[in-house]
Design a protein around this ligand. Structure first.
Ligand code: PXL
Length: 291
């Protein structure tokens, strides 16, 4: 309609961590840069992310209930609901109710099931959280675990040496529980330690995709948040799934390359500020494969 507002809204259900770039401090700049209004529903406030040895932690479950109630009274509407790090197992029920209340026919629901990395749960995460996160993930349209989180969600032992066929089977099993699209990040390439892949399954056309890129030997917290944010933004912009995967993978690689050469405490995360404008450049080359 002529003159109607064109800026889509995304409700972003993530924590706010003051130091170390993760969660809302990734989600807000990335999705704003990609042209969307971000409406945060903060899950917890932390001094810094939980990969530092100490942190303060304020659980916002009770406040979230009030925020959701106020949003209902306002009749707020969201094109997308995108969840990440959650603060307690009880809170996951609040998030499920929020999704049930605000989901409409065309709402995109993205669940990044933030639980752990490198085969281990993050500090503060419990088996109860894993169970609840599973019940949230199966309600998503798009789910974006890393390899560790994928194994936790499927209740399988963690391993890093996986064939294409195994990953395809895991993604199919996850999608069979509900999500239209299942994506897994950070899968080491068999026999090549200098490469890493992301894989995705789309139930709609029963297709599997893979994007492989260079792996640099450094660990930066928050890259999963950045990846899921770019995938969310790309899908909201109307990109196909493989294009969204390619854009997110290339963006993370650019960000890691922009960070890697410095003398720097990697716990502070990728230097997002140096690469944000890249999100508005046309994609230079695609490397996705149908597998
Ligand atoms: O990037 C995932 C993440 C999000 N939020 C908090 C975290 C982490 C990972 O460590 O600690 C608070």
């Amino acid at each position: 309609m002529l003159g109607a507002v064109q800026v889509k809204k995304v409700a972003a259900v993530h924590d706010l961590s003051g130091v170390g770039r993760v969660s809302l401090m990734m989600v807000i700049p990335i999705l704003s840069t990609m042209g969307f209004e971000v409406c945060p529903l903060p899950t917890a406030i932390l001094s810094n992310h939980t990969q530092y040895p100490t942190f303060s932690f304020l659980d916002l479950t009770d406040e979230m209930i009030k925020i959701v109630k106020a949003w209902k009274e306002l009749n707020a509407k969201f094109d997308t609901i995108y969840t990440g790090y959650l603060g307690s197992s009880r809170q996951i029920h609040v998030v499920q109710d929020f999704i049930a209340d605000f989901r409409q026919k065309d709402t995109l629901v993205v669940v990044d099931p933030v639980l752990g990395d490198n085969g281990k749960l993050y500090a503060n995460m419990t088996d109860e959280m894993v169970k609840e996160m599973h019940s949230l993930a199966v309600r998503a349209d798009v789910v974006t675990p890393n390899l560790t989180e994928l194994f936790y969600l499927l209740d399988l032992p963690y391993k890093t040496q996986c064939t294409d066929e195994e990953i395809k089977d895991y993604l199919k099993r996850l999608s069979d529980k509900g999500p239209e699209i299942s994506i897994v990040t950070g899968v080491p390439v068999l026999g090549d330690t200098k490469k890493t892949s992301v894989y995705a399954y789309s139930r709609f056309n029963d297709q599997y995709w893979k994007v492989t890129c260079s792996y640099l030997p450094a660990h930066y917290p928050g890259t999963g948040d950045a990846f899921a944010s770019v995938v969310t933004g790309a899908l909201m912009q109307g990109d196909s799934l493989p294009l969204a995967l390619d854009r997110a993978t290339q963006f993370i690689l650019q960000a890691i390359r922009a960070t890697f050469g410095y003398r720097y405490d990697s716990r502070e995360g990728i230097l997002l500020e140096k690469v944000l404008p890249n999100l508005n450049l046309p994609i230079q080359s695609c490397s996705y494969e149908l597998i």
